[in-house]
Design a protein around this ligand. Structure first.
Ligand SMILES: CC(C)(COP(=O)(O)OP(=O)(O)OC[C@H]1O[C@@H](n2cnc3c(N)ncnc32)[C@H](O)[C@@H]1OP(=O)(O)O)[C@@H](O)C(=O)NCCC(=O)NCCS
Length: 171
């Protein structure tokens, strides 16, 4: 008897890396298009944080977590990365869901698994950073219990300045 495939969360593989980069670019285009000028988006996306090499290193890092949401047809519809920043603190460093399937619980499913992993890893706090004008990202973080810890109006990206919000969640 065959078992029907369902959407599920799984650890990322190195072969997922190009799709992770694609989701990051899509995420920036759909989220920051009106906040960050196109040439500054381009500058940031072509930097090391979104390079295939960096994503590959994070996916392979045994001390970090990269989770993907996989659709029944094997398409990766979302992902997140969690990286250690101190002995008992981790940071949610990337968190992107395909714009075509947002608001369908994929982000919540990814985040719930990331919380489990972070607690088991011994972390006592998770940090998250988001541009202050990213209302949807902030709504997500506040919905799952993150506390706003700082609001910096002077984050420089390329030749412009944007607001930057830091959040923290006690695990
Ligand atoms: C943030 C993001 C990852 C959430 O993923 P998602 O799969 O759409 O999230 P979910 O469907 O699990 O939503 C969970 C909760 O988040 C909040 N939320 C999500 N989308 C929202 C929206 N468009 N407007 C208001 N609140 C929203 C709601 O509280 C929602 O719960 P509800 O649907 O029961 O009201 C997704 O919107 C995304 O990829 N955004 C672009 C990238 C980004 O901003 N990343 C985070 C900062 S780096």
């Amino acid at each position: 008897m065959s078992v029907a495939a369902t959407r599920h969360v799984r650890p990322a593989q190195p072969t997922d890396v190009p799709r992770l980069q694609e989701l990051g670019v899509l995420g920036w285009e759909t989220t920051y298009g009106e906040i960050v000028a196109a040439h500054n988006c381009q500058l940031y996306l072509s930097g090391s944080f979104w390079s295939l090499d960096t994503l590959d290193r994070v996916v392979r890092d045994l001390h970090s977590l990269t989770l993907v949401s996989e659709e029944p047809d094997k398409t990766v519809s979302g992902f997140l990365t969690v990286e250690p920043i101190a002995e008992d603190r981790v940071e949610l460093t990337r968190f992107y869901v395909d714009p075509n399937v947002r608001r369908g619980g994929i982000g919540s499913a990814l985040f719930s698994s990331a919380l489990d992993w972070s607690r088991v890893s011994g972390a006592h706090a998770m940090l998250a950073n988001v541009f202050a004008d990213n209302a949807i990202g902030r709504a997500f973080y506040e919905r799952v219990g993150f506390r706003l810890t700082s609001l910096d109006p002077n984050y420089i990206i390329g030749d412009q300045t944007v607001g930057d919000a830091w959040y923290e969640l006690t695990l």
